[in-house]
Ligand binder design. Structure first.
Ligand code: HEC
Ligand code: HEC
Length: 231
């Protein structure tokens, strides 16, 4: 009897291990596809369009531009062919010009992520284009994203409304945290001081550099937000 229970237990255990590892595989796949969508939106949309349907600005302005609609094109169908053309561009497989090679721009992992995404897009255009559309908040600076970052990193000195009256203003003095509602600096100055900190800009070293912690996209988003606080 106990032996039977043991075996049943073992079977259940095996099943749950199998289920867990399928989830891990699915998670990795989903992550690759969405990273691929992000890269595609940044680097490929110029020609293939924001929906992958060839409506990219470059393709539209150049006469006789080759077909860049990935949904209807059927030259590269297998995953292998797609990876190959992304890596080496259209010089290979006696294709016409224009599709640039990407093997020096991306590492192996990124090339595979792009390929996973293109395969996904071809198989499921509805979900694929939806995924692409969702990437725009990672691409264009986004004020909501900026607000969140501001509240996480900047409020403690610059205060909730940017008045320079955060909790740490009690110890950050001469000069105090800048009253951002009074700031009139342009975007490139703001980007510089936020990225590199006050000291390099010959301002107070108490304004920390954020370039290591925040991406450029983060910083451009924060700039949108702090400009909205201006009076
Ligand atoms: C400068 C414009 C341009 C850019 C940028 C570009 N492509 Fe292309 N791509 C093309 C053109 C043109 C073709 C069609 C070439 C042909 O038919 O020989 C093509 C073809 C392809 C194909 C083959 C389609 C098929 O089934 O025939 C794939 C896959 C592809 N591109 C993926 C990408 C990816 C991924 C990126 C971004 C990393 C990208 N492309 C960036 C212009 C571009
Ligand atoms: C530890 C306190 C502290 C933190 C945290 C901090 N700052 Fe500052 N910041 C300062 C101080 C102090 C100054 C004033 C420097 C000066 O006037 O020399 C300043 C100045 C600035 C300026 C210059 C404004 C202008 O118009 O000249 C900007 C922009 C700025 N901070 C943005 C930010 C952002 C965005 C964050 C969060 C990512 C942040 N700061 C986090 C202390 C801080």
């Amino acid at each position: 009897m106990s032996k039977v229970i043991f075996i049943v237990g073992l079977l259940l255990l095996q099943n749950s291990i199998a289920a867990a590892s399928t989830n891990v595989v699915a998670d990795v796949e989903a992550k690759n596809i969405s990273e691929g969508a992000y890269l595609f939106r940044r680097f490929c949309s110029l020609c293939h369009g924001v929906n992958g349907m060839g409506e990219g600005p470059l393709a539209l302005v150049i006469d006789d531009y080759p077909m860049t609609n990935l949904l209807t094109s059927n030259k590269a169908n297998s995953r292998e062919d797609i990876l190959e053309i992304i890596k080496n561009g259209s010089q290979t497989n006696s294709r016409e010009s224009f599709m640039p090679p990407w093997n020096s721009a991306f590492n192996e992992e990124e090339l595979n992520q792009l390929t996973d995404f293109v395969v996904f897009l071809k198989n499921d255009p509805a979900e694929g284009t939806k995924l692409l559309r969702n990437q725009s908040n990672r691409i264009e600076p986004n004020i909501r994203h900026g607000e969140l970052l501001y509240k996480t990193y900047c409020t403690r000195c610059h205060g909730d409304k940017g008045k320079g009256d955060g909790k740490m203003a009690r110890i950050v003095k001469s000069p105090p945290p800048f009253d951002l509602t009074k700031s009139r600096q342009n975007d490139s100055y703001l980007e510089l001081i936020i990225t590199t900190g006050g000291e390099i800009m010959q301002r107070s070293p108490q304004m920390p550099p954020w370039g290591d912690e925040l991406s450029r996209h983060d910083i451009l988003s924060v700039i949108q937000y702090i400009k909205s606080l201006r009076e």
